[in-house]
Design a binder for this molecule. Structure first.
Ligand code: NZQ
Ligand code: ZN
Length: 379
């Protein structure tokens, strides 16, 4: 087992009605609130009204920044930071999925340090402080509600990249499974895929951490059991809660203790696809994981088989990959680029971008030939 430091300062409030405490929690940090959300789902499903009632109950001065898109843009973060700065905000309340919360994390750093968001993302400026951040999660997927990571894309530099900092853990996160009832079927499935992928990135990381392996196996089993059930019964509180907690647990540190780091090569491939085609994050992973596993099956057959044995009771690496792919298909996720209407004419563009951005894993390193092979395996 590798040495590790367990650190997670986020106060997570989980369950029915937890946002009834939002107002008084915000007040701990001040009354000038930057309220950030996405493209309008929160208005349609009534969450916005609940949040505004909470903020009004403490007479908050609200500055709103909305319209954050899925696969969020650094340009929006820059604008949000300028607005927040202008209004001398005390605290950010981010209501949404990973895209909104990630944008809020970088906005908070940018305001507090007076630095450019992209310079932060590229580790060119070193933030020393941040603004308080309160997250209200509306989509179970990324784990951003309880971690120090954020992912943004930049059209000018043609990149979608992640940034990690201990300053970015939300101070509080509110997780009411009822808030996820309205998540459409496709995004519910992408969230299930994402949480499985996070568990796998840890599993294929570096270091012998048997307890963390067991956490990974348990989280994936939970997702495979309750994922299909929630898709058939989207307003079932128990199913939504199981998936919501599984998604948080998949990327809040639990699956990584005792390892040096996870691999994250599949996420790098996925971010590249999202950048090129604006593909939803989870959908890129269900295409990239089977291809990545096929590339690795003769390099790490024992590790893949161990996973397959725990998840499916098989002793074959090939069958493990087939069965994982079958699961992704069963929840209606794409497993080939052609499933999302990306055909052979795009192959060279994807390979070029993979090579240009040196898409890579942290443990299982790619050669340019591997990058080419992986793209071929995704078709
Ligand atoms: O924009 P609105 O109208 O809110 O609609 C969103 C969006 O269209 C909608 N939605 C969210 N909650 C809803 C809802 N619709 C109905 N009812 C609700 N309750 O769902 C769509 C997708 O939202 P988004 O936030 O983009 O999804 P997700 O949570 O999957 O976040 C994806 C982003 O997070 C990054 C991804 O790369 C991607 O950019 N990730 C962040 C990570 C992290 N910070 O730790 C790790 C992940 O691996 C991932 O990379
Ligand atoms: Zn992910």
């Amino acid at each position: 087992m590798e040495n590790f430091t367990a650190y997670n300062p986020t106060k997570l409030h989980f369950g029915k009605g937890v946002t009834d405490q939002l107002g008084e929690t915000v007040l701990e940090y001040g009354k000038r609130v930057l309220l950030m959300y996405g493209k309008g789902s929160v208005q349609k499903n009534g969450i916005y009204t609940k949040i505004i009632q909470q903020l009004n109950s403490i007479n908050a001065e609200i500055t709103e920044f909305s319209g954050i898109k899925s696969n969020p843009l650094v340009d929006d973060v820059l604008e949000a930071a300028q607005l927040g700065k202008l209004n001398h905000i005390d605290v950010i309340v981010a209501v949404g999925g990973g895209s909104v919360i990630d944008s809020a994390k970088i906005t908070a750093l940018s305001i507090a340090n007076g630095t450019d968001p992209w310079a932060i993302m590229k580790y060119k400026s070193k933030p020393t402080t941040t603004k308080p951040l309160i997250a209200v999660l509306t989509l179970a997927a990324t784990g951003t509600e309880m971690n120090g990571a954020a992912v943004l894309q930049n059209h000018k530099t043609k990149e979608k990249i992640g940034y990690v900092s201990p300053l970015m853990y939300p101070n509080h996160s509110f997780l009411d499974p009822e808030f996820t009832y309205s998540v459409p079927k496709n995004y519910t499935a992408y969230g299930i895929a994402d949480l499985i992928a996070h568990s796998l990135e840890a599993y294929f990381g570096d270091g012998d951490a048997s307890l963390s392996d067991r956490f990974v196996e348990a989280i994936i089993k939970e997702a495979m059991e309750y994922g299909p059930l929630v898709l058939n019964d989207p307003e079932n509180y128990e199913y939504r809660s199981k998936i919501m907690w599984a998604a948080t647990a998949a990327l809040n540190g639990l699956t990584s203790y005792g390892r040096k780091y996870g691999d994250w090569g599949v996420h790098d491939i996925g971010h590249n696809l999202s950048f090129l085609f604006d593909t939803p994050h989870g959908a890129t992973l269900t295409i990239a994981y089977p291809a990545w596993l096929r590339l690795q099956k003769n390099r790490i057959p024992e590790r893949i088989t161990k996973l397959g044995n725990q998840l499916f009771g098989t002793n074959s690496a090939d069958e493990t990959i087939t069965l994982l792919e079958k699961f992704f298909k069963s929840i209606l996720c794409p497993v080939r680029l052609s499933d999302i209407n990306i055909h052979n004419d795009k192959k060279d563009e994807i390979i070029d971008q993979m090579i240009k951005n040196q898409i890579d894993g942290m443990v299982h390193k790619f050669t340019d030939d591997d990058r080419k092979k992986i793209v071929e395996l995704m078709f």
